[in-house]
Design a protein around this ligand. Structure first.
Ligand SMILES: [Zn+2]
Length: 164
């Protein structure tokens, strides 16, 4: 089930699981939207942080010193698309060309006749978690790699910053 959450100015489309009646959001994905025509952390396009969105945005800012919701170019919109997921597999499945099971969850295996749902073709085709992790445009920051001080601080609002 999908819905949008707005909390502390953090917008996130959240995938909820009611399997145990608790909301477990463990990973936040920052997908560079090429606002203004370039990658903000070139060559990285996808940054996965093992934390709920509001905390992950703080970690992001402390590490990269720019707000992911910054708008580099007003016609392109925000620098990153931010989304929250239960697991790294669900956060990355689309980009790994993983097939989905009948509940709409990505499964970590090459497509077979038992999988359903539309497989989004990517130039490289299906990738294992290991292959995906090694991509130059992917950065994965697990909980153990997040320093205590990176979890705290204020993320300043950053608006339109395009300079010709
Ligand atoms: Zn633009």
């Amino acid at each position: 089930m999908f819905f949008d959450q707005e909390r502390n100015g953090i917008r996130c489309s959240i995938i909820l699981s009611f399997t145990d009646e608790r909301i477990r959001i463990m990973w936040t994905k920052f997908w560079d939207m090429h606002s203004g025509g370039g990658l903000k952390e070139d060559p990285i396009q996808f940054i996965f942080i093992e934390a709920p969105a509001d905390e992950a945005v703080v970690v992001f800012y402390n590490r990269f010193k720019h707000n992911p919701y910054r708008v580099t170019c007003s016609c392109c919109g925000e620098d990153y698309s931010v989304s929250c997921h239960e697991t790294l597999l669900q956060a990355s499945g689309f980009h790994r060309s993983c097939p989905m099971n009948k509940d709409g969850k990505y499964i970590s295996q090459n497509r077979n006749k038992n999988s359903v749902g539309s497989l989004k073709k990517t130039p490289q085709g299906y990738q294992t978690a290991g292959e995906f992790r090694k991509r130059k445009d992917v950065l994965i920051i697990p909980k153990k790699d997040i320093k205590k001080e990176e979890r705290h601080g204020v993320t300043p609002e950053q608006g339109y910053v395009w300079v010709d």
